[in-house]
Design a binder for this molecule. Structure first.
Ligand SMILES: Cc1ncc(COP(=O)(O)O)c(C=O)c1O
Length: 449
């Protein structure tokens, strides 16, 4: 396995973790070390590891056979639940990953509008297909190009220039840049795809009115708006970010919280937009709507619909924020919580971030040192300050919140002491999101003037 893992994002060099098991809000590595889990598998595990309500249903259903490439009752029920919870979706289809979901949503947008270009925002992550890997996550912000003229920066080799050229990078929370892009290329733009909350930079929230203005602008130019709800769906609200912000897209993608960790995902849209399927657009998949994923989605979405699970997740996040606020304020450090308590990050900065580029101006080296310290004290945040902390319903159990705050306080103190001792020299670097800056491939600037 290259890097010793099945994903670049898990290859942390000598710190790579090999996991044994998880239960509720905790995980154990192969050496038997226990951690409070703040990664929750990059977000999907919304209820907790090994949730019996979900696992029992999945187990019962999977004994009838798992793969038929025929349509089963659970798939229909899962998509009915998705429609019910979102309120605006007309039709939806299941996929196995978020990557597939965004790939299909982009193709549908292109087919429906008969246009080629897709606008995506710098720093936003939509999975690992070629069209998504543009201007995602450089460490050096200058690689993103001039602030007024962002360049299409391919993440890694192997992405054809012809593909990059169909993606127009824009800046999150910058309507002026987006408007200029539409004035220049509006007739060719099929869609804007957006993570409603910038989850690849901890969860930066939109400025008031940003989504509404984007909705109006896309309508004005006959382009579609795609909400990539892979992180926000069934987490920020039962109806995801569309409900949370009160803005309805034309298409949306879901995964993660939809199946409490099982590989359930979907793309969805209005009846009108989705009418290009099944006759005019290709979509398929041997495992699409497979028994295990569909059953997991049915059980998870019912719990999200019928219980206070999401309110509990938010209450846990709020309690953690209250504890951390006290700890950080007592030490006189500037900080901002990004996101919402259900999924938030900590930036050591006195300026509220608005877009991906702002992450670079925060004191992320201090955060990285704290994260390292937390790993040695029994909590596992992602060792990259761009990932948010994810909370699950099971984090409300036992004394997890108190333990977490104590672990954070001790780790912050140790990091500050180490910094004072090193006179600000830093304490080594973490592997950051797989590929290094040297593997970013820049396309010619798309001038926006
Ligand atoms: C917003 C967003 N879109 C798409 C994806 C890709 O999903 P997957 O990893 O299931 O392919 C992710 C994964 O982190 C994501 O956060």
């Amino acid at each position: 396995m290259p890097g010793g893992t099945d994903s670049n994002f898990r290859a942390w060099g000598e710190d790579t973790v090999y996991v044994d098991r998880g239960q509720g809000g905790r995980v154990w590595d192969m050496d038997g070390n226990e951690f409070i889990d703040l990664r929750m598998g990059y977000g999907p595990v919304i209820l907790g590891h090994g949730d019996e309500r979900v696992d029992d249903y999945v187990n019962e259903r999977m004994r009838r056979g798992v793969s038929f490439s025929l349509t089963s009752e659970d798939e229909v029920e899962a998509m009915e639940l998705l429609k019910q919870l979102t309120g605006w979706v007309g039709k939806a289809r299941m996929t196995v990953s978020g990557t597939e979901a965004t790939m299909h949503a982009m193709r549908i947008a292109r087919a429906y509008t008969d246009r080629t270009k897709i606008v995506k925002f710098e720093g936003q992550y939509h999975g690992v297909h070629d069209y998504a890997l543009i201007s995602v996550t450089p460490n050096d912000m200058s690689e993103l190009g001039d602030e007024e003229n962002p360049v299409a920066l391919a993440w890694g080799r192997g992405i054809p220039a012809a593909v990059s050229e169909t993606i127009i990078p824009a800046r999150y929370n910058r309507m002026d840049v987006l408007r200029r892009i539409f004035e220049r290329d509006g007739d060719d733009i099929a869609a804007v795809i957006v993570e409603p909350v910038l989850g690849n930079a901890q969860g930066i929230l939109p400025r008031p009115g940003f989504h509404e203005e984007m909705r109006a602008l896309t309508r004005e130019y006959g382009a579609l708006l795609i909400f990539d709800e892979v992180k926000t769906g069934f987490r920020f609200a039962r109806g995801g970010a569309a409900e949370y912000f009160g803005v309805t897209p034309d298409l949306a993608t879901f995964a993660k919280a939809m199946g409490n960790g099982y590989p359930a995902a979907a793309f969805a849209g209005s009846d009108e937009v989705m009418s290009v399927l099944p006759d005019k657009v290709s979509h398929g998949g041997t495992y699409a709507g497979n028994r295990v994923a569909a059953a997991a989605a049915v059980a998870t979405l019912k719990i999200i619909r019928d219980t206070d699970a999401l309110a509990t997740v938010r209450a846990v996040g709020r309690a953690v924020q209250a504890g951390l606020s006290e700890v950080i304020s007592e030490r006189g450090l500037p900080y901002v919580f990004t996101g919402d308590p259900v999924m938030f990050g900590i930036m050591f900065t006195d300026k509220a971030p608005n877009e991906y580029r702002d992450w670079a101006t925060s004191d992320h080296e201090l955060y990285d040192a704290v994260a390292r310290g937390m790993m040695t004290r029994g909590a596992m945040p992602e060792p990259d300050s761009r990932e948010p902390w994810f909370f699950c319903e099971a984090h409300a159990r036992e004394d997890i919140v108190d333990r977490l705050v104590t672990i954070f306080a001790d780790s912050l103190d140790a990091a500050l002491e180490e910094r004072a001792g090193n006179d600000g020299a830093g304490a080594g670097t973490r592997p950051q999101h797989g590929l290094g800056a040297g593997e970013q491939v820049t396309m010619a600037p798309a001038s926006v003037d």
